[in-house]
Design a protein. Structure first.
Length: 491
């Protein structure tokens, strides 16, 4: 007879837990036209423009980024000093295929990553690559309308095949699309190369459909070329609370959550969930798909789920209805998002959650929301889970060559405790990468001043500064945490 008395409840992070940081090529590499590279969709997004391209601006923060392209050795040495055993970044598509249409890759671009990966491996880090992180070739957006076009699948798979052939046995983890759901009337330019001023909800979901097919074909390709590699999905997860105990608010929450789950449901369960068809019907969306597409999606689900988590939201029926009335639409994402199309202190109801503190840019700080996210996602899918991004972006001043960022330490500590609690609850969590371990360009606002790093970079929103790096207080704190595998969280 068995007894539950002997079953062990995990009391900490498992051995081999992955600790590190996450970045994206366009937000820090710079060198945007060097060694054969051509512009990506990110390279026409100026500072302060929330998700919209502008070809006539005076200054584009991605063009120089923080010059990681020329300083990667020095920066990777700093990551190693903190003890990272994993590093997540993306490969700029435009370094390998500058227009996306070339038949042969650009050798110079491949060489840059050969060298960078060698540096990471030599310093004991596993490499996790986001295949597409907001940086498809500008040419593919201009010429083909981005992911609205089925042709994108072939361009993407050519890019994937080139990378896996080159880096099999070197890159262990691949993520197919960063925050795949953000196509949907949110960051459609950056995620899918779709013109945000002239698109429809139909365009956005059609683009997602092609991305699903491409993602599944990427899983197939990667497994065939490098059977030991693992492929994951990245969704943006926002824990959502109902505004009140009015059941109608909970129904709104359920529907909002389904709009998010849709992406992981398809990528993990291998089929369109039933609630999608109701949503498509109600919003006059007609996806064009073939039986073969659906077979591919079914046959090649991802191996694991990763997600980005920064904050939670609250939702209410009244607020959603009032915004829909005001904007005369039933399809736009109803969200007052401080990083995108607005700059106010509101969350999903137009009201702040008074149980939570907010960052100066209005993002709620909610570690319990991370615990809820982890348990919710694991209960839903039962696949290994990875926290691909989490972080605190804030304006900071360098004082005496450092930043005394105790607030970042507090934020990180609380989120680590939330992960520990989730592991105790049985969640199979295998790693965590802090967003922006070194200050970099904000995706939402193009600001340098929204700083996430453990390392300060001397550069401002106008592109001025020496680019010199300085360790913040949190640098030493994270180092201690990693060395103790998440046990030592003292000051
Ligand atoms: C995530 C993105 O949504 O949020 C990153 O994957 C981004 O690219 C991060 O930088 C933080 O957002 P922001 O707008 O503060 O840069």
């Amino acid at each position: 007879m068995n007894s539950s008395k002997n079953i062990k409840v995990p009391n900490g992070f498992p051995d081999g837990f992955l600790w590190g940081g996450a970045t994206a090529a366009n937000q820090y590499e710079g060198a945007y036209m060097e060694d054969g590279k051509l512009p990506s969709v990110a390279d026409v997004q100026p500072h302060g423009v929330f998700g919209y391209p502008d070809r006539n601006a005076k200054y584009y923060p991605t063009h120089e980024g923080i010059d990681f392209y020329h300083r990667y050795k020095e920066d990777i040495a700093e990551f190693a000093e903190m003890g990272f055993n994993v590093y997540r970044t993306s490969v700029a598509w435009t370094r390998l295929f500058p227009t996306g249409e070339e038949t042969e890759p650009n050798e110079k671009g491949l060489e840059f990553y050969d060298n960078m990966f060698k540096e990471l491996k030599n310093r004991g880090m596993e490499i996790m690559i986001t295949i597409s992180h907001y940086e498809m070739p500008l040419n593919l957006a201009d010429k083909y309308g981005g992911w609205k076009n089925r042709k994108m699948i072939d361009f993407y798979i050519k890019f994937v095949t080139t990378m896996v052939n080159r880096w099999k046995g070197i890159v262990k983890y691949w993520l197919t699309f960063n925050e795949i759901g953000n196509n949907i009337h949110k960051m459609e330019w950056m995620t899918a190369g779709i013109d945000p001023l002239n698109d429809t909800l139909q365009d956005c979901y059609q683009a997602s459909h092609y991305q699903f097919v491409a993602s599944s074909l990427a899983v197939k390709t990667i497994h065939e070329i490098d059977p030991k590699a693992k492929v994951g999905s990245v969704i943006e997860y926002k824990t959502i609370y109902p505004m009140s105990c009015d059941p109608k608010d909970s129904i709104v929450v359920m529907k909002e959550k389904q709009r998010g789950y849709f992406f992981s449901d398809v990528q993990i369960r291998g089929k369109y969930p039933r609630y999608t068809w109701e949503y498509f019907k109600d919003n006059n969306i007609e996806i064009e798909y073939t039986d073969e597409d659906m077979e591919i999606i079914k046959k090649y689900p991802v191996d694991f789920l990763s997600f980005t988590y920064y904050r939670s939201r609250i939702a209410s029926k009244d607020y959603i209805e009032s915004v829909q009335k005001e904007t005369n639409t039933s399809d736009k994402e109803v969200e007052g998002d401080t990083s995108y199309r607005g700059d106010s202190n509101i969350v999903n109801t137009g009201k702040t959650n008074h149980y939570l503190k907010l960052t100066p840019s209005g993002w709620s700080i909610d570690p319990d929301g991370l615990y809820l996210a982890l348990v919710d996602l694991y209960d839903r899918y039962q696949v290994p889970i990875f926290v691909a991004e989490n972080g605190l972006g804030i304006k900071e001043e360098l004082v005496d060559g450092t930043v005394n960022d105790t607030y970042r330490i507090e934020y990180l500590r609380d989120h680590i405790l939330a992960m520990k609690k989730a592991i105790r609850s049985g969640v199979d969590l295998f790693g965590y990468t802090w967003w922006g371990p070194i200050d970099l360009v904000s995706n939402g606002s193009g600001q340098m001043s929204k700083r996430y790093g453990f390392i300060y970079v001397d550069r401002n929103d106008a592109g001025e500064g020496t680019l010199k790096r300085y360790r913040k207080k949190s640098f030493y704190w994270y180092k201690k945490v990693i060395a103790s595998n998440g046990e030592d969280l003292s000051d």
